[in-house]
Design a protein around this ligand. Structure first.
Ligand code: PEP
Ligand code: MG
Length: 312
């Protein structure tokens, strides 16, 4: 399967019934981008990983160079750059964070920058600058409220980026954001569902703790119901992508397509495999399976359903 998938990697992922699904790659380095054969671009550039070894904050120019190199490694295809997503499992040496009793429920992602806006502004400048050369989308992580969206957009406006053509979106990885997507995403260009954190927060099971790993399963119907809600209730014209690890599992990728997702972002080496699987998918069938999955009561039951429908 992998061999045919690799041979056809550069072909678009068009389903049996003629629908194109875009398959992007998640990247944290130029090497990741180079390894993403057949990707339609990057649906998630993890900037905190890209600069994870820095003791001092990178300058605007250093960030521009790094983003430029990633875009080049992807042949100039669109890249979605996520602003610093730190806290929880992701410390950044140049940004000291106080100790917190519950870091995953504390100062993470966009929350951190309410007190440190200058660091975010430099990054926004770099993103807007590189957007003058290559197609770029800008994405804010860990958004919970509409007020945070308004604050982030105001920061962007402050650096004078209006009219630079950058598409702006947010990650949907906090259950509250998924539940109020219709108001939260108003005026944005896109949202991207982060299934890793969405699963962790929906099931209250730490994504990195193996003792509760069976609970933190992105195929849990409770998580799928939130994804379904986002697809159905997002304001018209706002695109919905999935960039969490669920999109890297071929069977789950088909399920997401069945829920109406048309943009997936997976780990680089999985991109050709996901594309190959989607080319063999009939979306009408996938939609039926997805509707069934929403009614089930456990991730195990969903996985069994996906196994059975693939065997047919
Ligand atoms: C996610 O939470 O699903 C996600 C894509 O972001 P990260 O894994 O970097 O937290
Ligand atoms: Mg996340």
């Amino acid at each position: 399967e992998r061999e045919t998938a690799l041979a056809d990697a550069e072909q678009p992922a068009v389903t049996v019934d003629g629908q194109t699904i875009q398959v992007f790659a998640n990247v944290g380095s130029v090497q990741d981008a180079a390894d993403a054969r057949g990707a339609d671009g990057s649906g998630l550039v993890r900037t905190e990983v890209l600069f994870g070894d820095r003791q001092v904050a990178p300058t605007v120019e250093e960030q521009v160079e790094a983003f430029r190199a990633i875009a080049a490694a992807l042949g100039g295809k669109p890249i979605t750059i996520r602003t610093w997503d730190i806290g929880g499992d992701k410390p950044l040496p140049f940004l000291a964070q106080g100790k917190e009793a519950n870091p995953f429920l504390g100062q993470r992602g966009i929350r951190v920058f309410r007190r440190r806006p200058e660091l975010l502004r430099d990054q926004l400048r770099a993103i807007c600058q590189v957007a003058l050369e290559t197609p770029v989308q800008l994405m804010f992580p860990m958004v919970t409220t509409a007020e945070e969206v308004a604050w982030a957009l105001a920061e962007l406006a402050d650096i004078g980026s209006s009219g630079w053509g950058v598409k702006v979106g947010i990650m949907v990885e906090v259950p509250a954001a998924a539940l109020r997507i219709s108001s939260l995403a108003e005026g944005l260009d896109f949202v991207s569902i982060g299934t890793n954190d969405l699963t962790q927060y929906t099931t209250a099971a730490d994504r990195g703790n193996s003792a509760v790993a069976p609970l933190a399963d992105g195929l849990d119907p409770a998580v799928l119901q939130l994804i379904d809600r986002v697809v159905r209730e997002v304001p018209a014209g706002v695109e919905v992508a999935v960039c969490g690890d669920l999109a890297s599992d071929p069977a789950a990728a088909v399920l997401l397509a069945g829920l109406g997702i048309r943009e997936l972002s997976a780990v680089g080496p999985q991109v050709p495999v996901i594309k190959s699987r989607l080319r063999r998918t009939d979306l009408t069938e996938a939609a039926k399976t997805a509707a069934h999955a929403l009614t089930l009561t456990s991730a195990t039951a969903v996985r069994d359903l996906l196994d059975r429908s693939q065997a047919e």
